[in-house]
Design a protein around this ligand. Structure first.
Ligand code: GLN
Length: 307
């Protein structure tokens, strides 16, 4: 298959939609990002890489980071993790407070904000302190992306810390139910730090290979998680990776995927490749509008979906 030609076709086809979405202006540091940007990358199991557009430009990965924190938390706590966070779709917006109240502070899944905040709390307890946790997470991401330069933006993290009242409310509500062990502000700060990690689609597509290959990096053979854990992470991506648009994403794209409000989406073609796409304009559910469209075109043109 001529993947490079397919990427070029997609890059042409999405142009009319580049201004249809809306950037995540509830995070002031992201409000000024130019919505007309688009990048897409594929990395195959032998390391062959294809890219189009702004594929080397780093952007705020935001909730894509929840995939990496979920991976580490699952690796260290195993199934005990599910006492504190579920694995069912929420059917609600990513930052909703409502369900959390009537479900006694146990978030539906690790990808909505409440679930990711619990995961951050688990990792903070595991690593013992703030810096150790962030460094371990960055080290893991640098390994799977095969790029030592991955880092986070202090500016974006500070902007969210200043304006993230709803995330603080989620953390406080969970603390009141006994589902946050550490200091609320410390947990929230750590959560914002990992959301502010910056990567390009080229790096992100490479970093999905361990999930496409049962937990083992197909290029260097490193085993990060068990096959069963990789299966479960992919299943949660498919059912919960796009919040209240997860059904819609599965319907249109047919791959496990995870989005972030920075406009990035990662997706996994099991046993074949990692994919990443980026375009900052979001749809009503906070997922990249053009990113979703590009992935739909990709699976339609290539027939590469899990169904
Ligand atoms: N940091 C963002 C927030 O907490 C992450 C949300 C997202 O990417 N969906 O609102």
């Amino acid at each position: 298959m001529d993947y490079q030609a397919i990427l070029h076709e997609i890059a042409d086809e999405i142009v009319p939609f580049l201004e249809s979405g809306r950037v995540a202006d509830y995070i002031p540091a992201l409000a000024s990002v130019d919505p007309r940007q688009f990048g897409m990358s594929l990395t195959l199991f032998d390391g062959t890489h294809y890219s189009v557009g702004d594929a080397d430009k780093r952007f705020s990965i935001q909730s894509i980071s929840k995939l990496f924190t979920f991976t580490l938390a699952l690796k260290f706590t195993g199934r005990d993790l599910y006492r504190r966070v579920g694995r069912e779709p929420s059917g609600n917006p990513f930052n909703s407070l409502v369900q959390l109240e009537y479900e006694q502070g146990i978030p539906r899944n690790p990808f909505i904000n409440a679930g990711a905040i619990v995961i951050t709390d688990v990792l903070l307890s595991h690593y013992g302190d703030h810096d150790r946790m962030l460094n371990a997470l960055l080290e893991f991401i640098r390994a799977i992306a095969d790029d030592m330069s991955v880092d986070y933006s202090r500016t974006v993290a500070a902007s969210e810390m200043e304006h993230g009242f709803r995330n603080r409310a989620l953390a406080n509500l969970m603390k009141s139910f006994g589902n946050i062990d550490n200091d609320v502000l410390e947990v929230v700060q750590n959560y914002f730090n990992h959301c502010a990690i910056e990567m390009s689609t080229a790096m992100l597509s490479r970093s999905m290979l361990y999930l496409a290959n049962h937990g083992v990096d197909p290029i260097n053979g490193r085993e990060y998680i068990t096959p069963s854990q990789a299966k479960r992470i992919n299943a949660v991506m498919l059912t919960c990776g796009h919040y209240d648009a997860s059904g819609d994403f599965a319907f249109h794209v047919g791959l496990p995927g995870k989005s972030g409000v920075g406009g990035g989406i990662v997706a996994v073609v099991p046993k074949v490749m990692g994919i990443a796409v980026w375009s900052p304009g979001l749809n009503a559910q906070g997922n990249s509008l053009v990113g979703t469209l590009a992935l739909e075109r990709f699976t339609s043109k290539t027939g590469l979906s899990i169904f």
